[in-house]
Design a binder for this molecule. Structure first.
Ligand code: AMP
Length: 285
């Protein structure tokens, strides 16, 4: 496994992999690798011959009041985890390498970025799509892997790749959870013991909402039920709970699946997000 920080070093490595006829997969991350990231890498490992990951805490996707400075950075530990997961290449550029002097070009997906997290994090998805477009151009993978945990991000990136005719398969990977249901996140380390004990209620409430949807409830009814459950937890400050169509992300004004119920809530310093995907014709979420 190699770790590279300059864009100019990447091209020859990827070209030789492609000349060997290898299929290249990319897993973009911000580092502080955990079991969720590892699942993405293992999915890539199973489908591709050459697996690259990027580790880059992307300044353009953080708002001014957000945790860009505090976000964990632990490259050596991450490199060990990536090696164990069978990764071939880590691309870990500096902010200067990615955003050189005079940088002025941004990628923006309209519509899909307006609701859910986009409403509360202005500019966030513009930063995400810009950096992902850059990473896809730098690495030029055949496939790129994203977690369903950041559901809106996955849909927005699919749209971008489609709209910009990038010849890259976007693969969604199911959310990896702690045994008590909490979605694993680098930001969970911000939780105190007391907050950590409360955190699983987010997914439990989403599961209750999903049950209602399977019984025929509309998106608004299901979201209301989730909010009622979460309101009983005094430490939790809910930002939004919304039920939307899985592809358009428009409010699900109809009854029953398919639907995604997505939520964001603050628990102390941590902003937790989670969702549940309710597919048509299955009892499983
Ligand atoms: P991040 O480092 O938080 O930017 O995440 C990098 C990638 O890992 C994104 O595609 C996330 O959706 C994905 N990811 C983060 N947490 C999880 C999780 N618990 N399960 C599955 N994928 C995840």
């Amino acid at each position: 496994m190699r770790t590279v920080s300059n864009i100019s070093q990447i091209r020859p490595i990827i070209s030789s992999a492609k000349q060997r006829g290898e299929r290249v997969g990319l897993v973009p991350t911000m580092g502080a690798l955990h079991a969720g990231h590892i699942a993405l890498m293992e999915t890539a490992r199973a489908q591709d011959d050459f697996v690259a990951i990027s580790i880059f805490v992307n300044p353009t996707q953080f708002g001014p009041a957000e945790d860009y400075q505090a976000y964990p950075r632990q490259l050596e530990q991450d490199a060990r985890a990536a090696q164990q997961a069978g990764v071939d290449l880590i691309f870990a550029p500096s902010a200067e390498e990615m955003y050189g002097e005079g940088f002025a070009t941004y990628v923006e997906v309209e519509g899909l970025t307006e609701g859910l997290c986009g409403r509360y994090r202005p500019g966030h998805f513009r930063g995400v799509t810009t950096v992902v477009a850059k990473l896809l151009n730098i690495i030029q993978p055949d496939a790129a892997y994203f977690g369903e945990k950041d559901y809106q991000q996955l849909i927005v990136i699919r749209r971008m790749v489609n709209d910009l005719n990038m010849p890259i398969e976007i693969v969604g990977v199911p959310t990896v959870r702690e045994p008590d249901g909490l979605a694993i996140s680098s930001r969970n380390r911000y939780l105190s013991d007391e907050e950590r004990a409360v955190a699983p209620c987010l997914y439990q409430a989403l599961q209750a909402g999903a049950t209602r949807v399977r019984q025929g409830a509309t998106g608004a009814e299901a979201a209301e039920q989730v909010k009622e459950i979460l309101a009983k937890e005094p430490l939790l400050r809910v930002q939004y709970v919304e039920a939307v169509h899985p592809e358009t992300l428009q409010p699900a004004e109809y009854g029953g699946p398919p639907m995604v119920i997505a939520a964001a809530a603050y628990l102390g310093a941590a902003r937790l997000i989670d969702n549940i995907i309710i597919e048509e014709g299955t009892d499983d979420a």
